[in-house]
Design a protein around this ligand. Structure first.
Ligand code: NAD
Ligand code: 6OD
Length: 490
């Protein structure tokens, strides 16, 4: 039974916090304690949110604001997050169990940066102008006007909650849209705090609406099927993306998808050995492997293979797995016991498929409340064929398979033999090879001698099952605006 002291997280609709009768519990993956009761949106609540968002565009001041005015609002939101920085850190840590330091330096810092970057970019992004002559010799000028798309439906995942939520909310608002946004049911807390910040920052009623709930037959599906939503922007599993695409088809809604991955890291024999080991450990185990960009496939050039595996295994074994505020903690739990069941099912499958487990492969035992949490050991396999399910399917845990390769053609063929195409890493000191190999990756992103280094203006997204479209900088601004070409004969 839930203690009465757990907070109730409500929806934010038309500038007010509202409760609904159905509730679900949000529990900590550290030890299973209750974090919050959460209201589950029914269809009527989603309808009210969409209606408020439409009104805010048609009748409210928002539809008339200039980019500079909206940029000022976005900076006030960023200031508001900054002012409540520790509350946001606590919310993110409570929902996810991640190390406090990670929440501070990555999640919440990026939430702020997302608002500031899109505010500044939207304010300074101009429009295109083309000049030509008509057949009679008259001058002609064509220029492009950006307008909001309308009401944008935002659906986000649990793995980097505030970072990925604001990565969509900020550009959508910057371009003058109104939004109805649904965070993951696993991580409702930081988005609820953001609604409080919006309220305090003077965002007009109806411009930002928050609905809590699940996907199918709940807030997610009500949003994607809603006839008055102009666009859906979604980050999550490829399977879910496919379901959303079908639901959005009837309304021919604009769609932006950031989906799953089975990313490869390629280590050449000429790589800086220590940097490559550190980098692959980071790209495989950060956030307990729950980053869409994580490397679950590692290919190491044969002369380096044995030494590399031993060094990576030593790194994995030394990672400190613990509760968020433990001294020197490096890795927290997975998001939930359900997700852990999925990851552990791959741990068993790998052994059935013939893997050698060179690190981890199980659950750490603490002998206290943490045993009721969702921890797993960072895990490394070798010896699987390229056809193994564990080498082909996204697991989304702290796990990678390491295989030897022989030359560029061999490794590129194997890297690209995947249903996914989000990101990849190349580790080499040969500059020509770095460029040559990177261009041959069938992915939207490639890092050379680094991982997850981001200039927020660069295009972010994947190919194949990994997504549709690009986010980041002007790519987001383009998605969140309707372009009208005005052609004037002078
Ligand atoms: P998920 O697809 O299970 O859920 C994501 C969101 O979709 C949640 O808010 C959920 O409630 C909602 N949802 C689920 N079914 C729905 C439906 N039928 N209609 C509407 N909404 C629905 O994903 P997750 O488990 O939260 O996140 C992990 C996945 O996200 C991994 O596959 C990961 O690779 C992917 N991801 C991709 C990126 C990227 O940028 N490419 C970033 C982060 C996560
Ligand atoms: O850094 C980003 O902008 C971004 N979209 C990261 C996505 C990480 C996926 O888990």
């Amino acid at each position: 039974m839930a203690p009465a002291s757990a907070p109730l997280l409500r929806h934010y609709v038309d500038g007010a916090f509202v409760a609904t009768e159905r509730r679900f519990d949000n529990v900590s993956p550290v030890d299973g304690h209750l974090v919050a009761h959460v209201c589950e949106a029914d269809r009527a609540t989603v309808d009210r949110a969409v209606a408020a968002a439409r009104r805010a565009l048609r009748e409210g001041p928002w539809g008339e604001t200039s980019p500079a005015e909206r940029a000022a609002v976005l900076h006030r939101i960023a200031d508001g997050i900054q002012a409540r920085f520790d509350d946001f850190v606590a919310a993110e840590v409570a929902d996810t169990g991640r190390p406090v330091e990670q929440a501070r330096t990555l999640d919440i810092a990026r939430g702020i940066a997302n608002f500031r970057m899109f505010a500044d970019l939207a304010k300074t992004t101009g429009s295109e102008l083309f000049e030509m002559r008509a057949a009679d010799g008259a001058e002609v000028m064509s220029y492009v006007v950006r307008k909001p798309l309308g009401v944008v439906g935002i659906i986000s995942p649990w793995n980097l909650p505030l970072l990925l939520f604001t990565w969509k909310v900020a550009p959508a608002l910057a371009m003058g849209n109104s939004v109805v946004a649904k965070p993951s049911e696993e991580t409702p807390s930081s988005a609820t705090l953001l609604a409080e910040v919006m309220d305090a920052a003077g965002v007009p009623p109806g411009v930002f609406n928050l609905v809590h709930g699940h996907g199918p037959d709940s807030a997610g599906e009500f949003l994607t099927r809603h006839p008055d939503i102009s666009a859906i922007t979604f980050t999550g599993e490829s399977r879910t993306g496919s379901a959303i695409m079908k639901a959005a088809a009837d309304g021919v809604k604009e769609i932006s998808f950031e989906l799953g991955g089975k990313n490869a890291a390629v280590v050449f024999a000429d790589a800086d050995f220590d940097a490559a080991v550190d980098g692959v450990a980071r790209s495989s185990f950060t956030n307990a492997g729950q980053v869409c960009l994580c490397s679950e496939r590692v290919y190491v050039e044969r002369p380096l293979f044995e030494r590399f595996v031993a060094a990576l295994a030593a790194k994995a074994a030394a990672l400190k797995i613990d509760a968020p505020d433990a001294p020197d903690v490096q890795m927290g739990p997975l998001i939930s016991r359900e997700h852990r069941d999925k990851v552990l099912s791959y741990f068993r499958l790998a052994v059935e498929e013939g893997a050698t487990v060179v690190a981890g492969g199980g659950v750490p035992r603490f002998g206290d409340a943490r045993d009721a949490g969702a921890f797993v050991q960072p895990t490394i396999w070798t010896g699987l064929p390229d056809t193994a399910r564990c080498v082909r399917e996204e697991i989304f845990g702290p796990v990678c398979h390491v295989a030897p390769f022989d030359g560029e053609d061999d490794v590129i063929r194997r890297v690209n033999d995947s249903a996914y195409g989000l990101a990849g890493c190349v580790w080499t000191t040969n500059l020509s090879r770095a460029h040559r190999v990177s261009r041959r990756f069938q992915t939207g992103l490639v890092w050379v001698n680094t991982w997850f280094l981001r200039d927020l203006r660069t295009p972010f997204g994947g190919v194949k099952l990994s997504g549709l479209g690009r986010e980041g900088g002007r790519h987001s601004l383009d998605f969140y605006s309707e372009l009208t070409n005005i052609c004037v004969k002078l």
